[in-house]
Design a protein around this ligand. Sequence first.
Ligand SMILES: [Zn+2]
Length: 333
Amino acid sequence: MVSYKELGLVNTREMFAKAIKGGYAIPAFNFNNMEQLQAIIKAAAEEKSPVILQVSKGARNYANATLLRYMAQGAVAYAKELGWEHPQIVLHLDHGDSFELCKSCIDNGFSSVMIDGSHLPYEENVALTKKVVDYAHQYDVTVEGELGVLAGVEDEVSSDHHTYTNPEEVIDFATRTGCDSLAISIGTSHGAYKFTPEQCTRDPKTGLLVPPPLAFDVLDAVMEKLPGFPIVLHGSSSVPQEYVKIINENGGKLPDAIGIPEEQLRKAAKSAVCKINIDSDSRLAMTAAIRKVFNEKPGEFDPRKYLGPARDEMEKLYKHKIVNVLGSNGKAE
Ligand SMILES: [Zn+2]
């Protein structure tokens, strides 16, 4: 058993409470490799933003669970080396799909886990989430549950439709499971194709596709039922069109990739939404930078020459999210 406390990590309890009071949200950035981790830590350290390092089951298998534990410990040390005196870094399991996986993560240094029983019948979701909470809380690890189904494709989850969270269920779910935060479905979606062009309207000025707005009425109803309870938004990448353009101009093929407009996320961050998950945007930043190098310098074969620019681009993206979308800068000295 390796406790996250030994690694210098923190759980989400205190940072969520502060975020709700302060009207901002904590970034949860997914990572799979060293360059992404470096970029996240550098951005968080320089902006003094609490940060959630998020790992899916697929990413954990990709990186290796043991190596991951030392990477997280290294991330805390690196943050301090960068001059961040009291780094607030969470290592979080994204979309845990079984009690065994959550337990394995808790036993290996994770400070927070998500158990995603949203695809199960309601009572089974309650039972599974409660089982994880009962285990996690013995070690002061925080747990995120999920109610409602998000559309889209992520490493471990895919659905071709979304079902908004039913506000009538949230009090019962939170009370009976004891979960620390709740992911809800209000129209965000996994992946880089969040909406079909048919679901969007076209901006007459720019010609760009405008996705339908998030269901803020559902969010409001959830907040009314559970005042001050931490809410999580998954699938909240904005799919920056400049990255899509660079990718497509340099040999890629991402037609009609569409995300959530940042002004919608800015509005959500000011509410009880205190964790916003961003994965696709960093994948796009990385891919755009790498494709550009490969296209412009076909003779380049030193990984540092294409992963370096990718890392710089991701760092820029993370800082932009922290400062201009979530407002979490300066919240962790
Ligand atoms: Zn998700």
